[in-house]
Design a binder for this molecule. Structure first.
Ligand SMILES: Cc1cc2nc3c(=O)[nH]c(=O)nc-3n(C[C@H](O)[C@H](O)[C@H](O)COP(=O)(O)OP(=O)(O)OC[C@H]3O[C@@H](n4cnc5c(N)ncnc54)[C@H](O)[C@@H]3O)c2cc1C
Length: 320
């Protein structure tokens, strides 16, 4: 079903990950006239073989989770016979966002245009990938980008964390609860994490921090067995045996198409939101999930933030 060119909807949602799907379901149940545009369903944890913190379901693959999210959303999809309010554009990417006279216009990669009074942006982010030989090959075979998601699977092993910011040190702190040892490798001599965090985590007897260590190769057979790194000052090469690698070298928010709208993004390209309402500094624009400046990144957090956003959108559109 397509939207007539000049219809003004209540809401456009961009993204079909946990945040976007949650937004779509809540919006449809509140009878907000909504279009949801997404490239794919499920979001970043799609690739996970075994998600163990989807509360209420002890084990589910990312692929099954994505199917369930899409199925649940489509229960509310508008059809010719069914006078409900949700239009789903999939697979389709939002290519342009404009705001004129309090109305948002989103143009998709298929050339469709949608106009609405409110926009909920949930296009997520991508993890910055480790630029080392073997990193792609060993992803999900001992190399992972999420300690909260996968950490307990690595109990009793010698582990490596790559990165030097707060996320890397917080990952190390989590892993120290069950790892035999944690070695943190940071490419430069400067650790960017908070000084108190560095001091506290580094003081753990099973923790080692190595700076000027540029990870060059992930070693393994069927699974990860170690890493190679080069000392950036001496060019000396080193190998380190380990039973798992956690990469925390940053996230890249999918916010390119908002760059033409003033006051939305912070210096790292994340959408700044008021955590009380999920409103941005631009009237009519809300955001939720990993594309925002939220501190932690989990499916449950993205869904909770999108729920909050829809409650607020409804309140602003219908009662203010
Ligand atoms: C490998 C991995 C494993 C993880 N495992 C877990 C786990 O076990 N448990 C857990 O709680 N969390 C896990 N996470 C974190 C979790 O996946 C994220 O926090 C969560 O997916 C964020 O949801 P989101 O909806 O904000 O964004 P995303 O999941 O990033 O979804 C963004 C959505 O927007 C769509 N999109 C992007 N650009 C556009 C555009 N221009 N137009 C239209 N659509 C667009 C994408 O197709 C996608 O559907 C994992 C993350 C990774 C990387």
């Amino acid at each position: 079903m397509t939207q007539a060119q000049n219809d003004i909807l209540d809401l456009i949602i961009i993204g079909g990950g946990p945040a976007g799907v949650t937004g779509g379901i809540y919006a449809a149940r509140k009878k907000l006239k909504t279009v949801l545009i997404t490239g794919e369903f499920g979001g970043q944890s799609n690739v996970s073989p075994d998600i163990q913190n989807w509360i209420g379901t002890p084990h589910i693959s990312g692929a099954d989770l994505a199917k369930n999210l899409e199925k649940h959303l489509r229960e509310y999809e508008s059809t010719e016979q069914n006078e409900t309010t949700l239009i789903i554009e999939h697979p389709s990417l939002a290519a342009k966002v404009e705001k004129t006279n309090d109305i948002f216009k989103v143009t998709t990669s298929n050339g469709t245009e949608h106009n609405a009074k409110a926009l909920l942006y949930t296009a997520g982010s991508v993890r910055r990938k480790l630029p080392a030989k073997g990193a792609d090959e060993y992803e999900h075979k001992g190399l992972t980008y999420c300690a909260t998601c996968d950490g307990p699977l690595f109990t009793g092993r010698d582990l490596v964390v790559i990165g030097g910011g707060d996320a890397a040190f917080e990952t190390a702190a989590q892993l120290l609860e069950y790892a035999k040892s944690v070695t943190l490798l940071n490419r430069t001599d400067k650790l960017s994490a908070d000084a108190v965090t560095i001091e506290k985590v580094s003081a753990h007897p099973n923790m080692t921090v190595i700076t000027n260590a540029d990870t060059t190769e992930v070693l393994g057979d069927a699974m990860v067995t170690g890493v190679k790194y080069k000392n950036t000052e001496t060019a000396e090469e080193h190998s380190l045996e380990c039973g798992g690698i956690f990469v925390e070298i940053g996230m890249i928010p999918n916010t390119e198409i908002l760059k033409n709208i003033n006051d939305v993004l912070d210096t790292r390209g994340r959408i700044e939101v008021d955590p009380w309402t999920q409103q941005t500094k631009v009237t009519g624009l809300w955001a939720a999930g990993d594309c925002t400046n939220v501190r932690y990144h989990q499916n449950g957090i993205a869904m909770g933030d999108a729920t909050k956003a829809i409650e607020d959108i409804y309140s602003v559109l219908k009662t203010k």
